[in-house]
Every structure is written in structure tokens, then in C-alpha cells.
Design a protein. Structure first.
Length: 236
């Protein structure tokens, strides 16, 4: 634990001690059970303000940033709970006093409301992460297509006497891949895998001695047809 966190922890503990001391001093005439409930509720609301110091909600190392998408939901329930909990303490102890049992039931309901809020926030975070993972997989498949095409291009660059029409066809393939959008469609996934496999078969053709140019052209056409078919498939 670094110096900043240690100092923050000491401040929080000191603030909590002052809070309890104030309640004990100014609440000497209040019933013990009501005073205890008031201290507990105040401690909960006080802790909610500083919990991010020790258990950060946002993890900047998480590329999905799942918590950022749900932080608004979490703080909405947090502040709403704090407002109602503190308001209930003031109203039911000063303006319109009610029995301790009724107070603890009301505070319990409010705390349950807070827990529901946290549950919804965590559920929202999980959903955001699921979407991120799915989108990443979709992008990775496109990157795999580009990588397979790039490998063929590098292979050609190392060779001599490759006809210009073959070189131009591969350049056209690479150019068309630049405008290919990721898709979560199952048919699109199958076509992407097919394209990668066809490109690897094409890459293998350049190891033949002598080169079978007709076979190479056929394989390039296969890749091109698959790419055209894939470009016509969009996300669900």
C-alpha cells in the first residue's frame, strides 16, 4: 500500500471516529437502539463515499472498460440511497418519530434497494464485457484475413518473375479487405474462416517448382469470390 492510500485510510478512519464521537456526544438522550441504528446507517453512507479509494470501481487496465459503462447506474442508486437513508433518519427521529422496529424495517428496505442497484450495475458491467469480447473476436477474424493475405504478399515480394496481373490481383484483395466491417453473423464467420484457409492454400502454391500460374490464378479467384460473398453479409 503506497503512502497516498495509507494517508487516505487514516483520514477515512479519523472521519469515522469523529462521526461516531459526535453521535455519542450529542445523542446521549436518544434511545440506545435508535442511536446504534443511526450510527450504522451513517457509517454505511459515509463508507459509500470513500469506497472507491480502496476498491476502485474503474480498472484502467481493463480494455473493455466494463465498469465505466455502468458507473452512472451505480452512483444513481448510491446517492438515491444516501438521500433517502439520511432523510429517513432525520424525519423519523426528529420531525415524526416512530418506533425503532419500524425504523429498522425502513432502513433495511432502503439498504435492499441499494443492493439491487449494485446488482444491476454489476450485471450491466458483465453485459458490456460480453459485448466487448464478441466485438474483439469479430475484429480478430478480420485481422486474421489481413494477416493471411499479407503473408502471401510478403512471399511474392521475395520472389522474382511473378506476373504483374497476379501482383495486382493480390493488391486489389488487400485493398478490399481494408473496407471489410466485422460481423457477428454466423455465415460471415464461416466465410472469414474459408477465406483464411483459401489464402493459406494460395500461399502454398508459391512453393511449387515450377510455379503453376493457372492454379495460382484460380486460387486468387476463389479468395476473391469468398471476399465478395463475405462483404455482402452484415451483422445480425
Amino acid at each position: 500500500m503506497n503512502t497516498k492510500k495509507i494517508f487516505s485510510l487514516l483520514l477515512v478512519i479519523f472521519g469515522e471516529a469523529l462521526l461516531i464521537l459526535c453521535f455519542l456526544h450529542f445523542g446521549r438522550n436518544v434511545q440506545t437502539e435508535i442511536l446504534t441504528l443511526t450510527i450504522v446507517v451513517s457509517t454505511i453512507t459515509y463508507s459509500l463515499l470513500f469506497i472507491d479509494i480502496f476498491v476502485p470501481w474503474v480498472n484502467f487496465k481493463d480494455k473493455s472498460q466494463k465498469t465505466i459503462g455502468s458507473i452512472g447506474l451505480r452512483w444513481f442508486f448510491t446517492f438515491f440511497y444516501m438521500l433517502l437513508a439520511i432523510g429517513a433518519m432525520i424525519v423519523f427521529n426528529s420531525v415524526k418519530p416512530i418506533h425503532f422496529t419500524s425504523q429498522i424495517i425502513i432502513q433495511g428496505i432502503l439498504f435492499f434497494f441499494l443492493l439491487i442497484g449494485f446488482f444491476l450495475a454489476f450485471s450491466s458491467s458483465d453485459k458490456i464485457q460480453e459485448v466487448y469480447v464478441e466485438e474483439k473476436l469479430n475484429r480478430d477474424r478480420i485481422d486474421e484475413m489481413k494477416k493471411a493475405t499479407k503473408e502471401v504478399q510478403l512471399k511474392i515480394d521475395q520472389m522474382k518473375n511473378i506476373p504483374m496481373d497476379i501482383i495486382n490481383k493480390l493488391k486489389d484483395l488487400q485493398e478490399n479487405l481494408r473496407f471489410l466491417s466485422p460481423s457477428n453473423n454466423r455465415n460471415a464467420n464461416e466465410l472469414e474462416a474459408k477465406f483464411v484457409e483459401e489464402m493459406r492454400v494460395l500461399n502454398g502454391c508459391f512453393f511449387d517448382i515450377p510455379l503453376d500460374l493457372e492454379k495460382i490464378n484460380d486460387k486468387i479467384q476463389n479468395c476473391n469470390r469468398t471476399l465478395i460473398e463475405r462483404k455482402q453479409v452484415f451483422s445480425n
